[in-house]
Design a binder for this molecule. Sequence first.
Ligand code: CA
Ligand code: CA
Ligand code: CA
Ligand code: CA
Length: 440
Amino acid sequence: MTPCALRRWPALILTAGLLGLTAPWAAVGPASAGTPTGGSTPTGTTGTTGTSGTSTGTSPSTGVQPPVDYELPFACGQQWTGDTRAGHSPSPLALDFTRPRDYGRLVLAAAAGTVVWVADLGSTSYGRYVIIDHGDGYSTLYAHLKSVWVVQGEQIDQGSILGQVGDTGNATGPHLHFEERFDGVDQPAWFHGAAYTPGVALASRNCPDTPVSADRNSDGTDTVGVFRSKARGGAFRFAVTDGTPEVVGFGGGRDVPVTGDWDGDGTTDVGVRRPATRQFLLRGSDGTTTTITLGRRADRPVTGDWDGDGRTDVGVYAPRTGTFRLRDGAGNVTAVQLGGVGDIPVTGDWNADGVTDVGVFDPATATFLLRVGYADGSVSLTTVPFGTSTDLPVTGDWDGDGTTDVGAWDPATATFSLRLTPPTSRSTSAVTTVQFGRPR
Ligand SMILES: [Ca+2]
Ligand SMILES: [Ca+2]
Ligand SMILES: [Ca+2]
Ligand SMILES: [Ca+2]
């Protein structure tokens, strides 16, 4: 593995709420689509802008890079052009993105955050649109969508699919109406750390790493890795002991990565779920790919050995209802209720009985809720505070004792914090940190 450091963390940590709803609800409602009134007039690069009439915080200075690492809201490598005009509602700082054959293209989150608004204004104004709160008053708005694939309250990562480019609302043709906002007021757009000049064609660098874990050498211990979105296809990169990552190209850039031992040979294999077609594509050790269709587009994929036969099965988690649907090797689907909107599903064998259990990570409280189901039908729940609100959860058996452990990956530093099952003490747990992947 790459550089490791062992340190001790108290088991009870962190109730921070970086992703909390800091913006007033009034600032994100349909009313904000109207004509701004009163207040100060920032001097944007495109002329007179909207105002800060509803602002409760300090408005950022024009020309200063926002603290949120916005990327273009489109698939990695895709080229789009954002235009605006005088009189563009609600502000000339809003951008209308187009490209050839743009209708139905995927719209991605420009940055991680909370879906705070999903609405459909019919044939008026924004039509179908979504607002994501990035914390500290910063938000982004995506309008005229053909379809919306997220639900209000959901926590989403940078690059998550929000929906499709459409022409709903007051639109004369397909395009994505996009706004970067502070306290509900449009700001000059920045992408990949640079101020954007309207009219310039830009290739999306919304190509985030996503944390995964796998046992690639059948030694019973999981190692960490990332799935990297690329302009053409995707690639798994696993940390291995000699320091050179093992790279396995598989799937597409907008696929959601999954890992599991599909063929039961003891080595973790790679796979993806393709939201647009609702298909799992699972690659076995022999290179063949098995396809399983399950769930809805908006569902999140999970994997685990639900029937305990040694082969990893697939499942989905519906954020809207907090329902896991777990498909066993025979194709039977079992529903399990846990958590709800805002939670991120995780899976693992928390009690080392050979059957994978489910859990959720609540970013608001940085707490894992782990559910163990027993053969007699009884259930136990355990809460494990770990990580931070901006971390992405990851699970694996880091110490090879048969019990799946929890972990977290910090996108800003590309650092895994892996919680090792405390061997003696209940008050502390050993934590290994591993820097792996590309920081955002
Ligand atoms: Ca395998
Ligand atoms: Ca199985
Ligand atoms: Ca179990
Ligand atoms: Ca373990």
